[in-house]
Design a protein around this ligand. Structure first.
Ligand code: CAA
Length: 382
């Protein structure tokens, strides 16, 4: 792999994540997936290692690390358990980051600190039944009433939704102003009027929780608004830029797991009196998988580096997610092909990798949306 000049600290974090993932996540991942069991204990232990608020400064309860360390750790976690990976990614990228960047001091003290230390779990509520890719089309409303906003509406596909303590909620505060009429709020799950209206049963990442959340006359103190009124959409887009680096890392972790499983299998399985790895047809698959994983990893690290340097990284994050998610799906498919009939069975992990990989092409902006974001910037540069 190209020397990305990782620091001692970054390598140590990667090692710690790998060690934890191998010892504490790998073994139960298949069963948790099968039975849709949320990894409560594992997430608590990840929080103990600083993995739930990795980029939050220590003065706000986080680990104070950079995005490169985050990418490396998230890859290792997802390599063992992609469900744990998305839980970690959402809490870090979509919840802690925005509070740290745009929150007031008291919001940071009250909400960011427990979120970063893992005492609380967070969720990001943007998608709605009629606002998926077209995220501007927010039907959820937040109407000012004295010192409160009254929120009404439904949010869909909310990762961590049922288990979260804190929700970051985007809602329309002024109709007719499009993206400029959307604001962001911190909503405690325990506020009256917050209802987990549906738990989803999914193809993959089945031990993470995905829920529909309904807000019914939910009164949120106006001091829980994040930033100015009308800045919520921009806030959500900036947050998702960072989120997409996280999903790229998750995808790379899944792809690496698919390659790991394939490498193990081809050294054990014989056909026509030869071990599978001796066939050039198999070698070419392994070579392509490895090459694509390394390319995806470089894209994710590049986006992370730009973010850490304070440079604009919207296009870089979109490219990393677009490419890494495709690599994850392709690697999982090739891993199944290498395993032949066994790859299609639950006895081997590769079918889970394919189910887990698919969502990385959909959430936090579909591959079509990533292409749109990339194309807009490419055209702007001409
Ligand atoms: N950073 C800062 N500002 C941004 C931005 C960014 N990355 N992207 C857009 N904006 C700003 C624009 O500059 C524009 O501001 P002005 O009007 O002041 O110029 C405003 O936001 C509106 O943007 P657009 O005009 O580009 O809006 P659009 O409707 O044409 O397209 C979109 C926007 C890119 C398609 C956007 O809607 C999008 O990203 N959609 C996908 C939504 C998504 O990713 N959802 C994921 C849900 S969360 C999830 O999956 C989490 C989970 O649980 C795992």
């Amino acid at each position: 792999m190209v020397n990305f000049d990782f620091t001692e600290e970054q390598l140590m974090i990667k090692e710690a994540a790998r060690d934890f993932a191998e010892k504490e996540l790998s073994k139960g991942a298949a069963e948790r997936d099968e039975k849709e069991i949320f990894p409560h204990e594992q997430i608590k232990r990840m929080a103990g290692l600083g993995f739930m608020g990795m980029m939050v400064p220590p003065e706000h309860g986080g680990a104070g690390l950079d995005t490169i360390s985050y990418v490396l750790a998230l890859e290792e976690i997802s390599r063992a358990d992609a469900s744990a990976g998305v839980i970690m990614s959402v809490n870090n990228s979509l919840v802690c980051w925005g509070l740290e960047k745009f929150g007031t001091d008291s919001q940071k003290e009250k909400y960011l600190r427990p979120l970063a230390s893992g005492e609380f779990l967070g969720a990001f509520c943007l998608s709605e039944p009629e606002a998926g890719s077209d995220a501007v089309n927010q039907r959820t409303t937040a109407v000012r009433s004295g010192d409160f906003y009254v929120i009404n509406g439904t949010k869909n596909f909310i990762t961590n939704g049922a288990n979260a303590d804190i929700l970051i909620v985007m809602a329309t505060t002024e109709r007719g102003k499009g993206s400029h009429g959307v604001s962001a709020f911190i909503v405690e799950k325990s506020f009256p009027g917050v209802v987990v209206s549906r738990k989803e049963h999914k193809l993959g990442i089945r031990s993470s929780d995905t829920a529909q959340i309904t807000f019914e006359e939910c009164h949120v103190p106006s001091c829980n608004r994040i930033g100015e009124e009308g800045l919520g959409f921009r806030f959500a887009m900036m947050t998702l830029d960072g989120g997409r680096i996280g999903i790229a890392a998750q995808a790379i972790g899944i792809a690496r797991a698919a390659l790991d499983a394939s490498l193990k299998y081809v050294r054990e399985r014989k056909a026509f009196d030869k071990l599978l790895y001796e066939f050039q047809a198999i070698q070419f698959k392994l070579a392509d998988m490895h090459t694509n994983i390394e390319a995806a990893s470089l894209l994710a690290l590049n986006a992370g580096l730009k973010k850490d340097r304070g440079e604009r990284f919207t296009k870089d994050a979109a490219m990393a997610k677009l490419f890494a998610s495709k690599v994850a799906v392709d690697c999982a498919l090739e891993a199944i092909q290498i395993h032949g009939g066994y790859g299609y069975l639950k006895d081997f992990p590769v079918e889970r990798y394919l189910r887990d990989a698919k969502i990385t092409e959909i959430y936090e902006g579909t591959s079509e949306i990533q292409r749109l974001v990339i194309a807009r910037e490419v055209l702007d540069q001409d």
